[in-house]
Design a protein around this ligand. Structure first.
Ligand code: B1M
Length: 618
């Protein structure tokens, strides 16, 4: 410690000790990050040296500095400390970067790092030797291409790609003032839309951000877009491609209809399709045959970009078309073996006896409306793996990364928690819910819901597994005495689409996407929290030692299913739920596609049976 103090009097913080340690001014943070990341990923030393100021991206640390850091860790060379200190002492970050890189390399580097410190100054310097479009199509686009490569190489995550897109937007925004109105740097024009009946936005918006900051002009037609609107927009804008998005299986079927209508209208531009419930096989066997042109399945936004880049550049176009056509032809071949003969007669609906339990009595059969539930009650139920992993792209087990103090995870956490505070303070997320218990009785695969006075109100008929345990949700309700189930709907989506749109329009991409991700995960967290509350009110509270992590894994009595999920895939049952609960009163509308608007909404059916569990009836 003394040695360090002597060598580096300006040292601010010492976070860890290894066989050498020191603290350096911010100037050296790239190398500190290299040291830290190298430690974490390769060396496995017990301690690490970390400068907690805004961490730099491993991907963008110059080779020379990584080498100096590794020499430090492995004590290579005569005096690795001196070499390290000599390289960094008294250097400010930007100076360090600019000094070692050419102007073009610096411009590309701003994009790769997602940083704007010094960007405008360097753009103005470059404008003295190049036209705005040359700069965009040159070093800036080179930076975005590098971002794509680093993302595919697992060195950058979605959140970082969005920050790079922000830097690109800022750069292009600055250069546009020096461009002729007619001038534009487009690799191609995309029409982008979420299909009819679907309100899915978050995926489509991510695609728009990625494409529009990689040289494509994107005309985002929004949600619930019927084919006729798409065709009219095609006539108006003559795009080079169309991108369709959708969340549910029903939306995939709507893509088939849309492709048919496009064909009738003579629209044969390339058709990109994507969405959580969509598969490459469904695209090949159901959508592609209906479309007059090429149909491309994109598993995520970066995959969509990669396909577009291949399609809209002459050297790679033909090879891509060939590959896609061959792949779709292969997927369309139905392997003879798979055509298992359908069973002669449908098997009798043998109710599975799960052991008769005395139905606990719900506190009442009234409708309960929950308005503006404090987010502080909901945030603890957030599924961090979904929020940080699925939506923001963090790779690995999120809880462990945070526990281990992984810098990328911690930096993301700081940003998301700041957003959570803002959302709670400014009312950006409003949690509304509605729930009610119903008397219920099963008969075969059908569950009938009754009013408190026993009047039959509605019934749901659920599929039964054709084999295996032959389970059916109706098995969780008594067929001989009055039992009960609960229905609920929750939303955290009010106003989120407009706010996310405003953030996106001003180039605040990460915040825009994070807000939409936070809203949808809050809807899921609210469902989890409300279900826990219903268990308590229903007389079988969770044991106090049951952690929220275990609740997220459904380690509790009973079961919550959502219409559209594998045990109750019939989305049309949402109409019955709507008639019984009227969630319109908390601001949720049901579309003709049985989707809930706002997007960040969840509906559910709750059973109390101790043996109830998830299963796939499909
Ligand atoms: Co739910 N959900 N969900 N859901 N949800 C699914 C889709 C489901 C498959 C789960 C399951 O069954 N296991 C199931 C659908 C099955 C079916 O269709 N029958 C389902 C269901 C049923 C439901 C509800 C109906 C349940 C209910 O409450 N009754 C309900 C409906 C909500 C509503 O109506 N508003 C619901 C709700 C939700 C949440 C709100 C909690 C949440 C958010 C949904 C959302 O994303 N908008 C949610 C989530 C998170 C999921 C899963 C787990 C993940 C979806 C996801 O990744 N979204 C999903 C199960 C799964 O997939 N593992 C499931 C993030 C989004 C960024 O990704 O949409 O894939 P994605 O977009 C990607 C790519 O697809 C691609 O790029 C985008 C960005 O990378 N892409 C394109 C998309 N469009 C493109 C266009 C292009 C190119 C690329 O053109 C150039």
């Amino acid at each position: 410690m003394r040695l360090i103090k002597e060598r580096f009097p300006e040292c601010k913080t010492i976070l860890g000790i290894s066989n050498v340690s020191f603290g350096l001014p911010p100037a050296g943070r790239e190398v500190l990050n290299a040291v830290y990341l190298y430690h974490n990923t390769k060396a496995g030393l017990d301690y690490a040296i970390v400068n907690t100021e805004r961490l730099e991206r491993y991907a963008s640390i110059p080779d020379e500095e990584r080498r100096l850091a590794e020499n430090l860790i492995f004590w290579r060379g005569d005096d690795p400390v001196a070499a390290f200190a000599a390289h960094f002492r008294g250097r400010t970050k930007t100076v360090a970067v600019q000094r070692t890189l050419s102007l073009d390399e610096r411009l590309a580097r701003y994009i790769v790092e997602g940083s704007r410190d010094g960007l405008v100054g360097d753009l103005d310097e470059k404008l003295r030797e190049a036209a705005p479009l040359e700069i965009i199509n040159g070093p800036l686009m080179k930076g975005m291409d590098e971002v794509g490569r680093l993302f595919n190489d697992n060195q950058l995550i979605v959140a970082e790609v969005l920050q790079s897109a922000e830097a690109m937007k800022a750069a292009v925004g600055h250069l546009e003032q020096f461009m002729e109105k007619a001038e534009s740097a487009t690799r191609g024009v995309f029409l982008l839309a979420t299909v009819k009946g679907d309100v899915h936005d978050i995926g489509k918006n991510l695609v728009e951000i990625i494409l529009s900051n990689n040289g494509y002009r994107v005309i985002n037609l929004g949600i619930k877009v019927p084919p006729e609107t798409l065709i009219a927009a095609w006539q108006e804008h003559k795009p080079d491609a169309i991108g369709l998005s959708g969340l549910l299986v029903k939306s995939a079927q709507q893509m088939v209809i849309t492709a048919q209508d496009l064909k009738v209208a003579g629209v044969d531009v390339p058709l990109f399709v994507g969405g959580a419930a969509l598969t490459r096989k469904f695209t090949a066997t159901r959508i592609a045959p209906e479309h007059g042109g090429l149909t491309l399945y994109a598993k995520d936004a970066m995959d969509g970009l990669d396909l577009a880049n291949q399609l809209f550049s002459a050297p790679t176009r033909e090879r891509l078309i060939e590959r896609v056509r061959a792949e779709q032809a292969a997927l369309a071949v139905v392997p003879a073996a798979a055509e298992a003969p359908a069973p002669a007669e449908p098997l009798p609906p043998a109710r599975v006896s799960l052991g008769r339990v005395d139905p606990p009595r719900p506190p009442d059969f009234e409708t309960h409306v929950l308005r503006d539930v404090p987010l502080a009650h909901i945030y603890p139920y957030l599924n961090l793996q979904m929020l940080y992993g699925k939506h923001l792209g963090l790779r690995g087990l999120v809880t462990r990364l945070l526990a281990d103090g992984d810098p990328k995870a911690r930096e993301l956490q700081a940003g998301v928690e700041e957003l959570q505070r803002e959302a709670a303070t400014h009312g950006w997320l409003r949690a509304q819910g509605i729930y009610q218990w119903f008397r219920a009785r099963a008969a075969g695969d059908t569950v009938t819901l009754c009013s408190s006075s026993g009047e039959s109100l509605a019934s749901f008929t659920f599929p039964r597994q054709a084999a295996g345990e032959r389970l059916c949700l109706a098995d969780y309700v008594r067929d001989d005495v009055d039992d009960a189930v609960a229905l609920f709907a929750v939303t955290c989506g009010e106003g989120v689409r407009d706010r996310a749109e405003a953030l996106k329009a001003r180039g605040d991409y990460l915040k825009s996407h994070a807000l939409q991700a936070l809203a949808i995960e809050c809807a899921e967290a609210f469902a989890e929290m409300l279900h826990a509350r219903l268990r308590t009110l229903w007389g079988f509270p969770d044991p106090p030692e049951l952690s929220i992590g275990e609740k997220l894994k459904a380690h509790y009595r009973g079961l919550r299913v959502s219409f559209g999920y594998p045990a109750c895939p019939n989305l049309a049952d949402q109409v019955t739920l709507w008639r019984l609960l009227q969630p319109e009163q908390i601001g949720i509308q049901l579309t003709e596609g049985y989707m809930m608007d706002p997007e960040a909404s969840v509906s559910a059916l709750v059973f109390h049976h101790p043996s109830a569990k998830y299963f796939n009836a499909a």
